[in-house]
Design a binder for this molecule. Structure first.
Ligand SMILES: [Zn+2]
Length: 225
């Protein structure tokens, strides 16, 4: 664990000199130089331990365990009006994922999991689309932020037990642009049960597209979101 954490820390410190460096820790807001996390927070950021489940036959790429400073940073990015942190976190995720994502996204559209329009209006941005934009630019893939639409304003998945999450989200998504024949990589901030990604995959498939993979910044291995 210590070895892993220090490997991640050195990777994150590689943001040094990057114009994206925030100047403050993404998790605790401590002033820092040219890194995503301060040293104590970085020590709690862990690379993903287990491969997340595939969605159908499409593999899932995940960079980090959901927990520690990574979960705090993602929560701040989503719920504390800090969209700029999403770019930083996406860059952190790219450090381990850039090569496999390049493979997965070759000739594909990067499609973020959409928010319902009500939620989007409240938040002002879709965290998954912000992440997808950074990933797409970095691997030279096309970003299709409005390819899917969330038809149902589902209650926050986080508060529901697993079985209800599945029921809650089924049929919630639909394609809103022609996708027939397209290759699609879905992008989300966090994967827990995979219910949301599976529901998006249905919409992709219903639209005649092929899901080639999913990519998330963090994986909550025990559904502990
Ligand atoms: Zn910190």
């Amino acid at each position: 664990m210590r070895r892993l954490a220090s490997r991640v820390l050195s990777a994150i410190v590689d943001l040094a000199g990057d114009a994206l460096a925030p100047g403050r820790c993404a998790a605790c807001d401590e002033p820092i130089d040219r890194a995503a996390f301060c040293a104590p927070c970085a020590a709690t950021v862990e690379r993903v331990r287990a491969t997340p489940p595939a969605t159908g036959s499409a593999p899932t790429l995940a960079a980090f365990e959901y927990g520690g400073a990574m979960s705090r940073a993602l929560m701040r990015a989503k719920y504390k009006d800090r969209p700029e942190l999403l770019r930083v976190l996406a860059r952190c995720a790219l450090e381990p994922l850039e090569l496999p994502l390049q493979e997965l996204a070759r000739g594909a559209l990067l499609v973020p999991v959409p928010l319902h329009t009500t939620r989007l209006a409240e938040r002002g941005y879709n965290q998954s689309a912000r992440i997808a934009a950074t990933l797409a630019r970095s691997v030279g893939a096309r970003h299709a932020p409005r390819a899917l639409e969330r038809r149902l304003d589902t209650r926050s998945q986080a508060q529901l037990p697993r079985r209800e999450r599945l029921r809650n989200v089924a049929g919630a998504f639909v394609a809103r642009v022609p996708l027939r024949g397209a290759r699609v990589v879905l992008v989300d901030d966090v994967m827990t049960t995979g219910a949301t990604l599976r529901a998006c995959a249905e919409a992709v498939s219903d639209a005649g597209a092929v899901l080639t993979g999913c990519v998330v910044v963090a994986f909550a291995e025990r559904g502990g979101l």
